[in-house]
Design a protein around this ligand. Structure first.
Ligand code: KIV
Length: 264
């Protein structure tokens, strides 16, 4: 099984569509890997998806390192990307390099960080010391309060221009790919056509060079309300509740465990 590399991701542009799915633990990393997904993203979305928080702001670098270690240990083929959480890269270049370096020591092959022009210098600082960076533009969840909620970005001409300009700046700073989240498909198309690096979309239309979804949304393990852009490919929560309910019934009625399920 050949490991996906950062250059292979860059070279996929215009050749084939890329796929990325979040993984936070060994079971999800194993599934993502076995399905042949290119990139396993240890996203700070884990704050909402598995810690049950309202946003991603409380996720710490230590937590990201813990989950990155687990995913990197499990994924044999997918390129593991570790998300830099809130406050781990905003303060200084030095702090950014230290935070990103710790994610690489935990087994990630690259890091992702949110933000546009403001963090172009951070991207340059990381790439200069050999740390591959995936940028993240548009709806950036760590800026939830600045955006006034999880809102589609770049709907008006001025903001669309700003995001396009940011995309060029993060590319020039050395990013090897960029996530485009929550923006009109026409804007994501324009960015994709004008960049030499791959764009990976989430709620950004079909024209991106690749697509990313949160694992729990994709397999139906999130709550009932998922964003419009999510396609739920399975309903594992219903299946799991049914299985656990059957276990409960079997225990209560004495059908579990059977003789064969007991030691003698
Ligand atoms: O944290 C995350 O899972 C992400 C993806 C939704 C792109 O940033």
């Amino acid at each position: 099984m050949k490991k996906i590399t950062v250059p292979a991701v860059r070279e996929a542009k215009g050749q084939r569509k890329l796929t990325m799915v979040t993984a936070y633990d060994a079971p999800s990393a194993r599934i993502v890997d076995e399905a042949g997904i290119d990139l396993a993203l240890v996203g700070d979305s884990l704050g909402m998806v598995i810690q049950g928080k309202a946003d991603t702001l409380g996720v710490t670098l230590e937590q990201m390192i813990y989950h990155t270690e687990i995913v990197a240990r499990t994924a044999a083929r997918a390129l593991v990307v570790g998300d830099l959480p809130f406050l781990s890269f905003q303060v200084s270049d030095e702090r950014t390099i230290e935070s990103a370096g710790r994610l690489l020591q935990a087994g990630a092959a690259a890091v992702k960080l949110e933000g546009g022009g403001r963090i172009a210098d951070r991207i340059r600082a990381l790439t200069e010391v050999g740390i591959p960076v995936m940028a993240h533009l548009g709806l950036t969840p760590q800026s939830i309060h600045q955006m006034g909620g999880y809102r589609v970005q770049g709907r008006d001409a001025e903001n669309a221009r700003r995001i396009l300009d940011e995309a060029k700046r993060v590319q020039d700073a050395g990013a090897f790919a960029v996530v485009l989240e929550g923006m009109p498909a026409a804007l994501a198309t324009q960015i994709t056509d004008q960049l030499a690096i791959p764009t990976i979309g989430i709620g950004a239309g079909a024209h991106c060079d690749g697509q990313v979804l949160v694992f729990h949304d994709l397999v139906g393990l999130s709550g009932d309300r998922t964003p419009t852009f999510v396609r739920r490919y399975a309903d594992l929560r219903v299946t799991a509740v049914e299985a656990v309910r059957k276990f409960k019934d079997d225990v209560e009625s004495g059908r579990f465990p059977s003789e064969g399920e007991s030691y003698h």
